[in-house]
Design a protein around this ligand. Sequence first.
Ligand SMILES: [Zn+2]
Length: 122
Amino acid sequence: MTLKARCHCGATQLEVTEAPKEVTSCNCTFCSKRGALHAYYTPAQFKLTTARDRVSTYQWNSYIGQHHHCAICGCSTYSEFPSFDSGKPDFEHPRISVNARLFEDFDLAAVPVKHVNGRNDW
Ligand SMILES: [Zn+2]
């Protein structure tokens, strides 16, 4: 089931192939300030449906990840980074985390929130 997400102004819209079964709250210095809840996808499960030039990008620390936000309204939209499933960055298996707060027609309160300790791990 395709799930759509959009930022506040609608300049950034995207689709994913399925609804998340859980979302992740990270306490790293960046996530704790911007307040996104993450839903993880592979690039094949993700499609940006609006123009890429509406997407603004923030990078910090190791510059491994690209954290995107809407250039117009400022909402955190999605991030691109290598998989960390093995504990180290795996550039062969990129991941996309979508800000689950942007999903349309989705009951965010109905899925569990997993808390990860990003402050100490990276
Ligand atoms: Zn926007």
